[in-house]
Every structure is written in structure tokens, then in C-alpha cells.
Write a protein that binds this ligand. Structure first.
Ligand SMILES: [Mg+2]
Ligand SMILES: [Zn+2]
Length: 242
């Protein structure tokens, strides 16, 4: 039986946030004041659509945006980790679960030829409607009160696992790697045999610590704290016996 590796993208595979990195495209390299109002926590895609419209209206072309996005740094050790996964696809399936978008993720994976590591990339669909304008859509709709309206990573993961089961693929273990607030919901859905790999010093670590302190029983999975891809790699070798 295979194991399933699940990776968040921003601040996990790449060492930054692709949705804020993209504003480096415009000559001032930052958002105009009218776009700097605080994001309300619920309608992220609508906010990003405004950012993409603004960038397009500045005459920035797809090729320029691609060049800027492909300059994003990977998290230390992550490229070697993805290579290792490519070499062990007989033992693991691997997916990305991200609130970025498919255009950015494909561009960035292309730089290191890492696309082959992933069976599936679950993220918001996006495409260019003309030379300059990127449009983004919701990944799905859901009823989870904890997550932004375009994506609940728990539902996305549950749906993926259910579809795989229907196709005859059952996983012995899920290893979920992430850093952010929207990774908490799927981690609370993991089982005792599963593992949550939590990035040290980021929001998710604080949220997990709070759940541990409350001792509410909502965390079943083992928790492992990581700082680099090397650490994840050596843990995977041990825990998956590869
Ligand atoms: Mg993240
Ligand atoms: Zn949720």
C-alpha cells in the first residue's frame, strides 16, 4: 500500500507567497494604496482578481509575469526532496493542495522539472483571457465555516482520497506538510496513523500549539516540526521505510 504526501505550496514548497510575489511585476514593485486595504479573510480570490486586473491594466504581459514568478526561491532542501519523491513514486503518491493558482504553480515547478513529483495539483483554476489579464476561479464551493469561501483544504483532501478509493487506491498513511492557517482544517481531519509536518515559526505552528494546549482531542495525527526540506526528507525516509 502506498502513502500519500500532501504539500501546501506558498511558504512550504516555495519560500514566499506567490500571491504577493506577483506584484513585483509592476514597475513600483508594490500594490497601489487602493489595493492595500486589509483583506477580509473570506474572499481571497476576489481580492487576487483585483490584483491581477491591476497588473494587466499596467500592460504587463504574460511572459513578464512568468519571468517574475519563476524567480521565486524554493524553500531550502525542497528541490532535493521533490527529486527524492520522483524517484519513489512506486511507494508514494504526492499532491499539492494550495490556495494559489494553477498558472503560478505550473510555472514555478517547471523551473526545477518538479511537475513529475505530483499526481495531482489541487488549486484554483486560472488562465489568461488576453495577453495581459489572468483570471482566477474558485477551486470548489463548500460549507466549512473555518475556511475561505473558494477552498476548504479538508474537503479537497477528503474528496481526493474518496475518489482514489473508488479507483481502487487506498493509502496506509497521509503525511501533510504546510505552514499556514488554512492548513489547520485538513490537519484536524487526519487520523492517528497520519502525520502533520508543521513549519517552525509560522502561523500553523501557533494554531497547533493552541489546540494541543486546549487538549480538545481534535488532533489525532502525530505532529512533526520542520525547518527545511532536508529535515522532511530524513523524516520521510524513516517513517516510510524508504
Ligand atoms: Mg502556505
Ligand atoms: Zn475547512
Amino acid at each position: 500500500m502506498k502513502s500519500l504526501l500532501v504539500f501546501d505550496f506558498d511558504h512550504t514548497i516555495v519560500n514566499g507567497n506567490s500571491d504577493t510575489w506577483v506584484v513585483k511585476c509592476v514597475p513600483e514593485k508594490k500594490r497601489p494604496d487602493w489595493l492595500r486595504k486589509p483583506y477580509d479573510g473570506q474572499h481571497w480570490n476576489e481580492y487576487m482578481q483585483k490584483v491581477f486586473s491591476y497588473i494587466g491594466d499596467q500592460g504587463i504581459k504574460e511572459s513578464q509575469m512568468k519571468q517574475v514568478m519563476q524567480s521565486m526561491p524554493y524553500t531550502p532542501g525542497m528541490v532535493d526532496l521533490l527529486k527524492f519523491i520522483c524517484q519513489n513514486k512506486d511507494k508514494v503518491d504526492c499532491i499539492i493542495l494550495s490556495d494559489s493558482n494553477i498558472v503560478f504553480i505550473n510555472w514555478i515547478l517547471e523551473v526545477t522539472n518538479s511537475n513529475l513529483a505530483f499526481n495531482s495539483i489541487l488549486t484554483n483554476p486560472a488562465n489568461f483571457v488576453d495577453q495581459n489579464h489572468l483570471t482566477i476561479e474558485s477551486f470548489h464551493s463548500h460549507h466549512c465555516p473555518h475556511c475561505p469561501d473558494n477552498l476548504c483544504k479538508k474537503k479537497a483532501l477528503d474528496d481526493f482520497v474518496t475518489d482514489q478509493l473508488k479507483a481502487g487506491v487506498q493509502y496506509k498513511k497521509i503525511v501533510y506538510t504546510g505552514d499556514g492557517a488554512n492548513d489547520l482544517c485538513p490537519i484536524t481531519g487526519l487520523k492517528e496513523s497520519d502525520v502533520a509536518m508543521v513549519r517552525k515559526g509560522y502561523k500553523l505552528e501557533k494554531l497547533i500549539q493552541k489546540l494541543v494546549d486546549e487538549n480538545s482531542g481534535s488532533l489525532q495525527a502525530s505532529i512533526v516540526i520542520w525547518s527545511s526540506g532536508e529535515e522532511i526528507l530524513s523524516y520521510l525516509k524513516k517513517c516510510l521505510e524508504i
